[in-house]
Ligand binder design. Structure first.
Ligand code: SF4
Length: 347
């Protein structure tokens, strides 16, 4: 056994003995485990739900249905009504199905992780938690709090979905034979009260001495998944200048930057294939390019400067001549304002 597999449980259980949260479904540290029914009920209720929200529901349920047999015999509509407000209602339906399965099997919960896992609605996490907390089985109990604590303890440099197998390995390694239920609850409590998502209180942490993430900046862990790279688009905008004025158009009302004054362009906003625009014939010369980032893509906009004089092709219904000196007053969106600055620099 490596050193951390010995020191972590000892340090953590020592801390838990002094700092365990008192919760209505728990036994105090080191004492006989609670009724499996209460452990199971609390774990189902706690899925996706905060401790504070669960407590009144747990008390209401256990007062009204104090045993798994009582819950199994309950009217389904009444259970659903009692669950109202706790959300994720499939949990309530599974709760009734599971209670009835346990009642049919003699009213006793299976005492192993595998046996629990076979019950309706019990996933890997709940089966492990009930096995450890109610039956003292050595089981790797990994919830979101535990994932965060372990990602920090080990300074795992992979984001969560990929790091999960490693986190499970670590939890399996450090879970002790002795008091595995208290150990699981201690890990949860550490994550909930000390190794919190923001501003973890490392100075108070019983695992600080063995934590690899602490000195690297605990909040970096778990590492966030890399943002998906934005796709790129390519387009052209046209700078057509005559006698100190530039030709501006009004963009179509429904498209991107709709209704705004702009340089004429080649319709890049309707093309999302990233392809380069086709070669341009006629009296045009390159004026450099500007890059702009929209919410969903980057745009490389190539600027083309008109060097001809075929003004008759410009339809006054489509646009207007705007004094170049007053281009700042045209209300151009940032992309075209950048392009205009570039064009003026090129001229
Ligand atoms: S030392 Fe800090 S980061 Fe490491 S486990 Fe403790 S609270 Fe979390």
């Amino acid at each position: 056994m490596d050193a951390s597999a010995q020191t972590i449980p000892a340090s953590l259980l020592g801390w838990y003995d002094a700092h365990a949260r008192a919760l209505p479904w728990r036994s105090p540290p080191g004492e006989a485990p609670p009724d499996p029914y209460r452990v199971w009920l609390s774990e189902v209720m706690l899925q996706q739900t905060t401790v504070a929200a669960v407590i009144p529901y747990f008390e209401k349920f256990t007062a009204r249905w104090p045993s798994v047999a009582a819950l199994a015999a309950a009217d389904e509509a009444e259970v659903m009504a009692a669950w109202a407000g706790l959300g994720y209602y499939s949990r309530a339906r599974n709760l009734i199905a599971c209670a009835r399965a346990v009642a049919e099997a003699g009213g006793i919960f299976p005492d192993t992780e595998a046996g629990l896992r076979a019950l309706p609605g019990l996933g890997a996490y709940t089966a492990a938690a009930v096995a450890a907390i109610a039956f003292g089985r050595r089981a790797a109990v990994v919830d979101a709090n535990v994932e965060r604590v372990v990602a920090r303890l080990e300074a795992l440099d992979r984001p969560l979905p990929q790091a999960r197998a490693r986190i499970r390995e670590v939890v399996e390694r450090i879970t002790p034979e002795d008091r595995p239920g208290d150990f699981a609850q201690a890990m949860m409590d550490l994550g909930a009260t000390v190794c919190t998502p923001r501003n973890p209180r490392c100075l108070l942490c019983p695992l600080a001495a063995v934590c690899k993430g602490r000195s690297l900046g605990a909040e970096r862990f778990p590492v966030k998944p890399a943002k998906k790279a934005k796709p790129g688009r390519k387009g052209r905008a046209f700078w057509i200048e005559r006698d100190g004025a530039v030709w501006l158009v009004r963009r179509a009302g429904r498209g991107m930057l709709g209704g705004m004054r702009a340089l004429p362009d080649d319709g890049w906003s309707a093309r999302d294939d990233g392809a380069a625009p086709p070669p341009l014939a006629g009296p045009w010369q390159g004026g450099g390019s500007v890059r702009h980032t929209f919410t969903h893509f980057h745009l490389d906009l190539q600027l083309m400067l008109y060097s001809g004089s075929d003004w008759a092709r410009l339809d006054p219904q489509d646009g207007e001549w705007w004094p170049v000196e007053r281009i700042g007053e045209a209300g151009l969106p940032t992309l075209f304002a950048k392009a205009a600055t570039r064009a003026r620099g090129e001229k």
